[in-house]
Write a protein that binds this ligand. Structure first.
Ligand code: P6P
Length: 341
């Protein structure tokens, strides 16, 4: 059977967009090119002196691994060369950059990206990933403005992730379902391998760093105990799987069903993950696949962005599992309210 490459698929689906003039098609293709280059370096990270801290620190105060810096550069260069983007915000950049190099002056889109999420896993050979989010600019011409980036998640025109694992996959949505493409190294193309991904309505995998248990909100503690109870009609106890790499945990839960939780804790009162280039893009994918993504109170894609590197609690995955943990959180808030009254 002839394989369908990512570019063939994108072009074929271009008709999903009325008045589409090909810019988004080219933009997604530009991202896939950078992903192939990053994949090549990730796959040989152990072989060349590309490991070890770059020495500088990113805005998160985390040591930048050389591969982080390399990946960031690849995506910026590919998007700048492609000319469809007027600005980029990245986990690796303190502020956004307007790509008002000549080719991008009239780019219609902005991209927010975590170029290499889970990078602390690079030198222990654990899967890592890229997460990207695409919006139409709302400023008119010239360089991008901050408002172009501070848009709610439901305004995204596309989002996706790349997982550099046992194989390298690119998974994306433009609001018309979710499709996954596996890189065939023999031809250097991403080929359609997971058409129309739908996340199981429920599952029996929960992903959370239980080492932070004592810092969790009461509702999360109660939900974890619920997951661990023996109750065969509801397939409990669930299985705990936590890779420490969001894209890897999320991707497994997408295919098998499950929930990933990074709640607010005493240490991180807003949670650890970033709204604009981690939570929103994965929330768009999760919802398009029939799943759910919440900050514990409301839909992630309704959260109002106030700054580029804003953190947000994340409860994401199978719809019924996210609804379960929301019930525990609500009950805990109500009893806390009663305790205060
Ligand atoms: P912790 C990686 O740094 C990351 O952003 C996600 O990929 C991962 O799920 C999470 O943080 C791990 O954080 O605090 O459990 O080590």
């Amino acid at each position: 059977m002839k394989v369908k490459t990512l570019v063939e698929f994108i072009i074929e689906r271009q008709s999903d967009f009325p008045y589409a003039t090909g810019e988004l098609t080219r933009l997604l293709s530009d991202i896939s090119i950078a992903a192939k280059v990053v994949n090549r370096e990730v796959n040989k990270a152990g072989l060349v002196d590309i490991l070890g801290a770059e020495g500088s620190e990113n805005i998160q105060g985390e040591e930048q691994q050389k591969l982080d810096v390399f990946a960031n550069t690849q995506f910026i260069e590919a998007l700048n060369a492609g000319g469809e983007v007027c600005g980029i915000a990245s986990e690796e950049l303190d502020d956004f950059i307007g790509l008002d190099g000549k080719v991008s002056r009239n780019g219609k889109y902005v991209v927010l990206i975590d170029p290499l999420d889970g990078s602390s896993n690079i030198d222990v050979n654990v899967s890592i990933g890229t997460i990207f989010s695409i919006y139409r600019r709302i400023s008119f011409t010239g360089s991008a403005t901050l408002e172009d980036f501070l848009q709610k998640g439901h305004e995204q025109v596309a989002s996706g992730y790349v997982i550099y694992g046992s194989s390298t996959m690119l998974v994306y949505t433009t609001g018309h379902g979710v499709n996954g493409f596996t890189l065939d190294p023999s031809i250097g193309e991403f080929c359609l391998s997971h058409a129309n991904i739908t996340i199981p309505e429920s599952g029996n995998i929960y992903s959370i760093n239980e080492g932070n248990y004592v810092h969790f909100p009461d509702g999360v503690k109660k939900y974890i105990k619920y997951c661990q109870e023996a109750d065969s009609p509801t397939n409990r106890p669930y299985t705990s799987r936590y890779i420490g790499s969001l894209v890897a945990d999320f991707h497994r839960n997408m295919l098998k069903g499950g929930i990933y939780i990074y709640p607010e804790t005493a240490k991180s009162p807003k949670g650890k993950l970033r709204l604009l280039y981690e939570c929103n893009p994965l929330a768009f994918i999760a919802e398009q696949a029939g799943g759910k993504a919440s900050n514990g109170f409301k839909r992630i894609m309704e959260v109002d962005p106030k700054e580029l590197h804003q953190r947000c609690p994340l409860y994401i995955g199978s719809r019924l599992m996210v609804e379960d943990v929301e019930k525990f959180l609500e009950a805990s808030r109500e009893s806390a309210g009663l305790a205060q009254s």
